[in-house]
Design a protein around this ligand. Sequence first.
Ligand SMILES: [Zn+2]
Length: 120
Amino acid sequence: MKTWEDVACKAKELYGAASRKVADVADLAKQKLKMAENEKAITATMEALGRLLYDSRHAATELDESIVGELVKQVDDLLAANEELQANIDNSCGKKTCPACGNVNPSDAAYCNNCGKKLD
Ligand SMILES: [Zn+2]
């Protein structure tokens, strides 16, 4: 049976891999992949928190508040990173790039705001 230490360790590993700078991630596919990685790390961290609580209740020992705090912060960081990634994805989705001049126009634009070319 896995102890919470194993699970917490695994969660930290995933967190380390997942917490690379969001700014490093440019294209959409990579951003989506990054979000999936973050989700995995969130799940692992939640599991570690659950096992921590279980072990503490089961063995009637004190919950280690510093570890709980660390894991909760980890989940907060990952959720924030995913919000940022989702915002990036939302911003890039549906925008129309002008085939003539390359200007990025709002999704509802019928004509390019820069050169006036008709957009599909
Ligand atoms: Zn244009």
